[in-house]
Ligand binder design. Structure first.
Ligand code: FHN
Length: 424
């Protein structure tokens, strides 16, 4: 088994994680790109630094919420593009311990989530709109990209890289075992060795040999021979890859879709466009049915409170996961075509039929004739029978099998899972 396969074994088992976007931008409450969209200077943004005091921040509550939702790992923004550090970095004064909060928010997150048994991930923005040596004028998205005062400003980008690498070293040295390093993001010529990515990865692997890293430092994770910094998993965003992810050699590449619950990563007070728990459950199933993970985002507000809508969705997802998690954890794609009524996930000889559409009459399982040893409703363990009822007899061709569900409605409208033990 190659190094990446070894490192990602737990990742392919756990399948479901919590993404947390949190920082100063929660005060303007118009999402984490507010500085770029509204071209807000460091000076205009400074009042939020001087005010930030999330009095209700209780990461133990966050960790319990994630655990109850069935999430097995979490990824918190330690620094987003605005350059504000949620951890006690010795390389900058622009950090949470210097705000009225006077707290190392990352340390409290690590301790709380580790105590609940979740694996720990750090999101770290390689983009930095605060640092004086990050290129601003003419950049694609820097808040000062077309500000005259920055036109002739010279920057020492190597000094920025020393800062960025130094902070990654702090994060991977001072907080114990870290399981995921989630870099964000490369663009245009700002990619790969522009970040001194090989040096950065070698440092990371030395500090945390078992850590897994996303693909956003650059390079081509789809290559049959990817760069050392191309990452351990592919990170589609706000989409599920239609066919899953194979590299140029046709090999499976671990991947994780990151998805928002509403339309913003960071807290946006007016964004009430939340997905339903049903959509989240079916998104998670779709990811796993295509050999992927789901990293589902919450955006706590300036007080440190996760929006009620997010809490309610995660709670309903958790109720489903509590009964049906076996069809997610450690599962992957089945070697069967997608059925009309829903999706399949599989773990060894156990096939999980995720039935979304009750249809009329018995449920039809193409290709499974004489292959099903036992059938159970996963949620309650109740026995189901593989049989061909009178109305199906004329359709019982060589390949299919039928299971009759009682009643006109599915037991679980979100997703009714039938556990099928197949003959070896
Ligand atoms: O610009 C960021 C964005 O704010 C957010 O953090 C997402 C999450 O994957 N990543 C970048 C956009 O691709």
């Amino acid at each position: 088994m190659n190094d990446r396969a070894k490192r990602t074994e737990w990742f392919l088992e756990d399948r479901f994680g919590l993404f947390i976007h949190w920082g100063l931008y929660t005060i303007p409450a118009r999402g984490e790109w507010v500085r770029s969209f509204e071209k807000i200077s460091n000076q205009e943004y400074q009042p939020y630094f001087e005010e930030f005091n999330p009095t209700h921040y209780n990461p133990k509550e966050w960790a319990k919420l994630a655990k109850a939702a069935g999430q097995k790992y979490a990824v918190l923004t330690t620094k987003h593009h605005d350059g504000f550090c949620l951890f006690d970095s010795q390389l900058t004064d622009y950090k949470s311990t210097n705000t009225p909060a006077k707290r190392d928010l990352v340390r409290e997150y690590v301790e709380a989530f580790r105590e609940e048994g979740l694996k720990i991930g750090f999101y770290y923005s390689i983009i930095d709109w605060y640092h004086e040596d990050y290129p601003a004028y003419g950049d694609r998205q820097h808040p000062m990209r077309d500000h005259e005062d920055f036109k002739n400003k010279t920057v020492d980008f190597d000094r920025y890289l020393e800062y960025m690498h130094g902070q990654v070293k702090e994060l991977l040295t001072n907080y114990g075992k870290i399981d995921v390093m989630w870099f964000d993001f490369s663009y245009d010529d700002m990619t790969g060795e522009k970040w001194k990515a090989t040096k950065l990865i070698n440092m990371i692997r030395g500090l945390q040999p078992e850590i897994i890293i996303d693909n956003r430092l650059g390079g081509n994770i789809m290559s049959a021979n990817p760069e050392v910094y191309a990452g351990d998993f592919y990170s589609p965003e706000q989409i599920i890859p239609p066919q899953g992810i194979l590299n140029e050699a046709g090999e499976q590449v671990p991947w994780e879709a990151c998805i928002t619950l509403n339309d913003h990563w960071g807290y946006h007070a007016k964004d009430k466009n939340y997905k339903s728990a049903k959509q989240v459950i079916r998104t998670l199933v779709e990811c796993v049915s295509k050999n992927g993970n789901l990293l589902l985002n919450v955006g706590p507000d300036a007080k440190g409170i996760i929006p009620t809508e997010s809490i309610d969705i995660l709670a309903e997802v958790g109720q489903w996961m509590d009964r049906n998690g076996a069809s997610i954890y450690g599962c992957k794609a089945a070697d069967l075509p997608k059925p009309e009524w829903g999706r399949y996930t599989q773990k060894g000889n156990t096939l999980y039929a995720h039935v979304y559409d009750r249809g009329i009459g018995p449920i039809y399982f193409a290709g499974l004739k004489d292959r099903i040893k036992k059938a159970r409703l996963l949620a309650d363990g109740s026995e189901l029978h593989v049989s061909t009822p009178w109305m199906a007899e004329r359709y019982s061709d060589e390949s299919g099998a039928f299971i009759t569900l009682s009643g006109a409605r599915l037991p679980d409208d979100n997703d009714t899972v039938i556990e099928l033990e197949l003959y070896e």
